[in-house]
Design a protein. Structure first.
Length: 516
């Protein structure tokens, strides 16, 4: 591996020209032609590249090059010449960089985060034989926000670039720079530029990242939780309306479901008449976002659907893809109108106003003043016992509806544990969430496969009316059969998965954490 460059920041009393003169006193220098490089940093909305330990930057000079920089070392580990602006992974040419990005981004679109303009002066350090033994890069930097509204100067940086076999020269340069009070840069240019535009890498996550006070009032804590969910919901509105990628709508719907669950499951902390109109309106929001999300799921599943068929008839499924794209476009147009409606804007405005209104000093709701840890223990314990009771009653011949009802209770339990996870020891609570998620994945697969099979049959009827070829309908019929086979496998796996979730070890953990 080649030695990695080291970045330094200049002290306030030293500029680049003065530093060059100082270096020239002790080293034989040659200066290359100056360069101006524009860098635009990209990531998904939920920072998947950053979470994977990278920075993705499009460098524009004489050409465009997309680079993956490993954050831990600052090394460019993959690069790709490009003619266009990056967006979806599927639009990138086949390359090692695309292979690296595909599993990281999945369905998410790349979005510009911030731009940096670099003015480079490159110095070559020569030895007595006039061989280049090190490089020093003098770098003046400025930033520009994505919308162009913010711009300004960044810290001037000096890079020492060691050359393999000549590391001793670089070490002497570093000692000399330290003697002039240059300090190592602690942030990357990306991080520094983000801070200038009021951002921070990882500043959005759909996860519930907050710390609760176990002794706080239950009504105030419930509002805090739902305010966090509202922030997530609102962060995804513009991306949903623009249909940038399917995860915006997914996160918006998850925040909606969690909000409805919080209103229904954190019981007795608000007057029912206060919550009634909000419950009704969030139910409306769940309904109006459903059709588009359902079609998103079928489009995301389409490659797997096609791959599950015999190769000879895989192309017969293409009319189904065309059908999904057409109806998704129509559903998206309807959804955009709903999200632009006065009704939706009033819902968001009034909900935020209510959540930000301080709780009354003497509330009437019976659980409003209870310490939240006490209420969380009670509600989670009760839901857990209901899950055990309903799950134990499911036998091999129980109807599908019994598993559907169990899934609903498991979702309630998962949401409640996630809402209050900061009140409990992290390793144990995470393990319980993992165990519950395993069971929910099985129940979800069982129900989703049944719904998909039924919906594909109804899609087939609709496609026939719209003139789809018989070959497409036959391929869909074969696909329905395969979905039902998978559903049967999920049903067969349920008993063992539920037994694992209801194990003595898990029961003891639940009792230790939540009592009862």
């Amino acid at each position: 591996m080649s030695p990695q460059p080291i970045a330094y920041l200049l002290p306030e009393d030293l500029d680049l020209d003065a530093l060059r003169r100082l270096l020239a006193e002790t080293h034989d220098l040659r200066e290359d032609a100056p360069e101006v490089i524009r860098q635009t940093y990209y990531d998904s909305f939920d920072w998947r590249v950053w979470q994977a330990g990278g920075e993705l930057v499009l460098e524009e000079n004489q050409a465009r090059t997309l680079c993956w920089i490993e954050r831990s070392s600052g090394e460019v580990v993959d690069s790709l010449p490009l003619e266009t602006t990056p967006s979806h992974c599927c639009a990138l040419p086949e390359s090692p960089l695309r292979e690296r990005l595909d599993p990281v981004l999945e369905m998410r679109v790349l979005m510009p985060q911030v731009s940096v303009l670099q003015k480079h002066r490159s110095l070559r350090v020569l030895d007595d034989e006039e061989k280049t033994v090190a490089r020093v890069l003098l770098q003046a930097n400025s930033y520009l926000s994505v919308d162009g509204g913010l711009s300004g100067e960044l810290e001037t940086r000096v890079w020492v670039k060691p050359l393999k076999g000549y590391e001793a020269y670089s070490e002497k340069l570093c000692e000399q720079l330290a003697s002039q009070h240059l300090t190592s840069a602690q942030q990357s240019l990306f991080e520094e530029a983000l801070a200038k535009v009021g951002r921070k890498a990882g500043d959005y996550s759909s996860k519930l990242n907050y710390i609760l006070d176990p002794d706080a009032r239950s009504d105030a804590t419930a509002k805090k939780i739902m305010l966090n969910l509202l922030d997530t919901l609102q962060a995804n509105i513009n991306g949903t309306k623009a249909n940038l990628d399917s995860e915006f709508l997914h996160d918006l719907r998850v925040a909606t479901r969690r909000t409805r669950s919080a209103m229904g499951q954190i019981k007795g902390v608000f007057e029912p008449k206060e919550l009634a109109p909000f419950k009704k309106n969030f139910s409306w929001l769940g309904n109006v976002t459903g059709p588009t999300r359902d079609l998103d799921v079928y489009l995301l599943q389409f490659p797997a659907y096609q791959a599950s068929l015999p190769e000879a008839i895989q192309s017969d499924l293409e009319p189904f893809h065309d059908f999904l794209v057409k109806h998704h476009r129509q559903a998206q147009e309807t959804l955009e109108k709903k999200l632009n409606s006065p009704h939706f804007r009033k819902l968001i405005k009034h909900w935020r106003t209510w959540l930000q209104t301080p709780a009354p000093e003497a509330p009437n709701a019976p659980n409003a003043l209870r310490p939240i840890a006490e209420l969380a223990d009670q509600r989670i314990g009760k839901l857990y016992h209901k899950v055990l009771e309903e799950g134990a009653a499911i036998l091999p011949d129980s109807p599908p509806e019994a598993l559907h009802e169990l899934r609903k209770e498991c979702k309630k339990l998962r949401y409640m544990i996630e809402f209050f996870q900061s009140l409990y020891p992290k390793p144990e609570i995470r393990q319980l969430i993992k165990e519950l998620k395993t069971l929910l994945d099985n129940l979800g697969e069982f129900q989703d496969l049944q719904v998909q099979a039924q919906t594909l049959e109804s899609f087939g009827v609709q496609m026939m009316k719209e003139g789809a070829p018989a070959s497409a309908l036959m391929a869909m019929g074969i696909l329905v059969g395969k979905l039902l086979e998978r559903q049967a496998l999920a049903r067969a796996a349920f008993a063992d998965l539920f037994a694992a979730f209801g194990s003595d070890e898990n029961r003891q953990t639940f009792q230790r954490l939540f009592g009862g």
